[in-house]
Structure formats: C-alpha cells, structure tokens
Design a protein around this ligand. Structure first.
Ligand SMILES: NC(=O)c1ccc[n+]([C@@H]2O[C@H](COP(=O)([O-])OP(=O)(O)OC[C@H]3O[C@@H](n4cnc5c(N)ncnc54)[C@H](OP(=O)(O)O)[C@@H]3O)[C@@H](O)[C@H]2O)c1
Length: 300
C-alpha cells in the first residue's frame, strides 16, 4: 500500500508525511520549495505541480498509489482574493487533475478543506450544513470538494481550520505571535472571528486513523472548542509565558483584511468523535504539547 502525499513541503503535509513514512510506504511531493532537511518528509521529495496535467499523470502512473493525500493549495486567503485565476488554477483545476488520475488508478483521495466554505452567520457547522463561502479562497475549496464528490466514490474530505503547530521557518499564527512578542512588537488580533483552533499533530493523527479505518465522505476534524482569535492568542500567551499587553484586540472591520472572513464559524466534531479512538484536543491541551516541543527546540 503506497501513499502519495501531494504537498509534503507544506505545514500539514510535512507532518503527515513524517508520520506515515514511519509505518507505510509513503512518497511526498513539493512544488516551489524543497524544504530544508529536517525529518523524513524532507528527504527525497518528488516534484509535482498540480496545475500541470502531465506532471500529475506522470508521477501517479509511476507510483500507482492506493491512497493520495492532497494537501496542496494556495492557502493565503487575502492573496487568493486578489489573484483569483492563480487560486482557481491551483485549488480547483489542480484538484481536478488529481481527481482524474485518482479515478484512473483507483486510489482513495484524501482532501483537506476548510470552515471557510461557510459564511460564518450560524456556526459552528456540522458536515451536513449548507456551505456558502464569502471569500474566493472558500469558493475554490468548495468547488474542489464538488469536483471530488461528483467524480469519485472513495474520497475523504477533511474540513479543518485555524491549524497551529511547529513548522521550521513557519509563518502560522501562533509562531508569528511568539516571534513578534519576543521582538516586543504588538500584534493586532481579531476579536470577532470565531473558529475551532486545531493542533496540527492531532489533525494529522486523526486523519491517519480515518484513512486506516477506510472512512469515506466529509469529516470535520478540529479542536474541541470554538473560540475567537483574540481569546486563543491570550490563552497561548498565558501558556507560553508571553507578554499579553502586546496582543491588541481589534474588530475585523478595524483590521480591514482584503478578503471577507466568516465571523461566527467553527466546526462541530460529533461525527468524527463518535468514529475514532484518538481524542481530539482542546486548545489548552494542544498548546501545552506545542509548548513542550518549542522548549525542546529552544524557541521558547
Ligand atoms: N493551515 C490552516 O490553518 C488550514 C485551515 C483550513 C484548511 N487548510 C487546508 O489544509 C491544506 C494544507 O494547508 P497548509 O497550511 O499545510 O498549507 P501550506 O503550508 O501553505 O502548504 C501548501 C502546500 O501546497 C503546495 N503547493 C502549492 N502550489 C502547488 C502546486 N501548484 N502544485 C503542487 N503543490 C503546490 C506547497 O508546495 P510548495 O511550497 O513546495 O510550492 C505546499 O506543500 C490546504 O488544502 C488548506 O486549504 C489549512
């Protein structure tokens, strides 16, 4: 059983790739940046550009995976708003290329989606609530979900959000918070954007269990609590021993972000919690584990 991880140079893909390589035959891909060597995932990554049909076809025909995990995406929400055709090419057309090959080699497709498929008027959302994206990134992810659902029988769509964790040279929210705080810089954080902070390592472990159990369909996989970004930052600051005065609450209107954000979002986890053994973690539990990792790496 060979697992192909498309996007193993990314935040979620690199951890998945490392975890899977320990017990299965796994091949990961990069596109624009080959990561510096750290962990199994960074060794021997293969080049693949999802927007290039021949690149996708070549590698999937050669490796004949039984499972394809697609973590690749253009993930910068504001950038997607201003670069819509690039976002469409990667997030929708790229997914279509992978779907077409998954069908040909009869592979299971595991796809990562987002709470941003919802409008944020009535969250937290379950898997059967009606999506209604309000920004272009969310639109492309929903469109990609549709391509998968219409063309494949064996697929797993994992919706997640506000993913935090350690990443070498990573720019995720929590790592930015630590860096700015250490430099004495203030960080403006939205007070009115609610979501479900999700520890990346926990997300990956649950994903692997869902694959092992051969689950199909849409699953929300997030942390156990819905909270706003400001409260999450303050909790992180308390756990990491950061200066909370440097974290400034702002409304989304005040922040003037390019793309609209779903405000009352968050995802319900009843479905996944009832079908897996691994426990989903609360933000406090995830941040405490992360603290141990950051201390061990000399970052905290
Ligand atoms: N992180 C979150 O908070 C979050 C929340 C909700 C959903 N998600 C979803 O989870 C997935 C993983 O997110 P992430 O945070 O790990 O993203 P990320 O760190 O930005 O990684 C994106 C990955 O996509 C690859 N990629 C970009 N363009 C590509 C192309 N044309 N062809 C092939 N690969 C390409 C990148 O490879 P190179 O860097 O080598 O180009 C990288 O490996 C995404 O689908 C995202 O939509 C993430």
């Amino acid at each position: 059983m060979l697992i192909l991880i498309i996007g193993a140079s990314g935040f979620v893909g690199s951890y998945l790739s490392d975890s899977l390589s320990k017990e299965a035959e796994a091949i990961g891909t990069f596109c624009h940046r080959q990561p510096e060597v750290e962990g199994i995932s960074s060794q021997g990554l293969r080049y693949l550009d999802v927007t290039d049909k021949e690149s996708v076809e070549g590698l999937i025909r050669e490796t004949k995976p039984s499972t394809i995990i697609l973590t690749s995406a253009l993930t910068y929400v504001d950038y997607c708003e201003g670069h819509q055709s690039e976002a469409y090419d990667i997030n929708v057309a790229g997914t279509r290329n992978v779907v077409s090959m998954a069908k040909k080699v009869d592979a299971k497709l595991v796809f990562f989606s987002t709470e941003y498929v919802f409008d944020g008027k009535g969250g937290p959302y379950s898997e059967i609530d009606l999506p209604n994206p309000i920004n272009y990134y969310g639109q492309t992810k929903l469109e990609a979900e549709k391509v998968i659902i219409e063309n494949l029988l064996d697929y797993l769509i994992i919706r997640t959000t506000v993913v935090y964790g350690y990443q070498r040279n990573g720019k995720n929210f929590i790592l930015q918070l630590i860096q700015k705080n250490k430099e004495g810089q203030v960080m403006n954080v939205p007070l009115d954007q609610y979501g479900s902070p999700t520890f990346r390592d926990n997300l990956a472990e649950v994903t692997i269990e869902l694959i092992r159990k051969d689950k199909r369909g849409i699953y929300n996989v997030v942390g156990t609590e819905v909270m706003n970004r400001y409260d999450f930052s303050i909790l992180a600051a308390a756990i990491f021993g950061l200066n909370q005065d440097l974290i400034i609450p702002k409304t989304t209107l005040e922040l003037g972000q390019v793309a609209l954000r779903p405000l009352k979002a968050g995802l319900k986890i009843d479905k996944v919690a009832g079908e897996i053994e691994i426990r989903l973690l609360s933000p406090k539990q995830g941040l405490e584990i992360l603290k141990g990792q950051l201390v061990a790496k000399g970052i905290l």
